[in-house]
Design a protein around this ligand. Sequence first.
Ligand code: ATP
Ligand code: ZN
Length: 286
Amino acid sequence: MNSTVRLAVQKSGRLSEGSMKLISSCGIHVSNGKGKLKAMASNFPIEFLFLRDDDIPGYVADGVADLGIVGENVVAEKDKDVKAIKKLGFSRCRLSIAIEKSKPYKGIQDLEGKNIATSYPKILGDYLSKNGVKADIHEISGSVEIAPSIGLAEAVCDIVSSGSTLFTNGLKEVETIYRSEAVMIANHNLDAEKEEIINKLLFRIEALQSAQNNKYILLNAPEQSLDKIISLLPGMRSPTVLPLAEKGWVSVHSVINENDFWEKIEGLREAGAEGILVVPIEKMIL
Ligand code: ATP
Ligand code: ZN
């Protein structure tokens, strides 16, 4: 196979570290020398393009890049013809509307006729019209949070992670309008060879994601509680059971899900399990 897939990632910013960490966890080596626009992976048919995040959906839609890693917020805002193929779980943030702390706020209708500064006119416009509110959207490209204090707008709509930037600018968050995380996007018209490379990459990403959601568990149990313990631990196929040197005792190994982790542990202890060890899994292929 001679084909290479071009993957656009953010050159520097809040997506860069997560994007490159994901790639390296997939066992793909790339040296992105500072200031370079392109780099080729040494052990996987991928070429990286390092771009501003705002340009990524457009380049993927036009086919300059086959794939991109970008925030869902930017995909929704740019509204280009790309398909989102995998949520990636990093760079989580929300897009919120904020007004001056001292102003009263009863509900979204209070924004009627107001002037709102944002870098996200499309997402904001869609949200307001869905809620039947007419407001003036003032598009600015940066430092949105200072707009009210300089008299440019009465409200802002911006990315929030902790809310401290809003607070130091005398603002309070009143509506969350969009939740975002990093997502892998793809061009709609890829040939079979490129699809095959992308499927290999997705297979590796899915192995990492399953591993992150699961833990490997080892415990000791008296043989007579084994049935109860096995019923609590389905495992990937079924748990591994090994005899201990001490007669009447066994060691049980299995995989448990992060979501019901503490409930499972409590149940196992009640059933007589001892010496429970829980260890992270690096990769998991189902
Ligand atoms: P560029 O120079 O590439 O245009 P930028 O300044 O527009 O970068 P960043 O601030 O690096 O963008 O944010 C990139 C993306 O990271 C955002 O579109 C959003 O999806 C996500 N993001 C933004 N702020 C945060 C945050 N505080 N925490 C987590 N993720 C964030
Ligand atoms: Zn940007």
